[in-house]
Design a protein. Structure first.
Length: 84
């Protein structure tokens, strides 16, 4: 498994989502936020990690929808008034 900084992983045994900070040959430095809001950093063997399934939050979904609507509006040509 190839990892790069910014990837989200978990321990194969479960637990918090971890963000990859640095990748070395057989070890990965990760950061994660504890339940109390504390920030932790640990270097773990690559063999104990797996890529996490990351779900987008509702806020990110709403922002994507807003951007898509704005792009659609920009693509539309202004309507001309019809005269009788």
């Amino acid at each position: 498994m190839e990892l790069k900084p910014g990837d989200v992983v978990t321990l194969k045994s479960g637990g918090h989502a971890l963000t990859v900070v640095e990748v070395n040959e057989d070890a990965v430095s990760c950061l994660w936020m504890g339940g109390e809001g504390d920030l932790f950093r640990e270097t773990l063997p690559l063999a104990v990690l797996e890529r996490a399934d990351v779900e987008e939050s509702e806020d990110e979904d709403d922002e994507d929808d807003d951007e898509a609507e704005e792009e659609e509006d920009e693509d539309e040509e202004p309507r001309k008034k019809q005269t009788a």
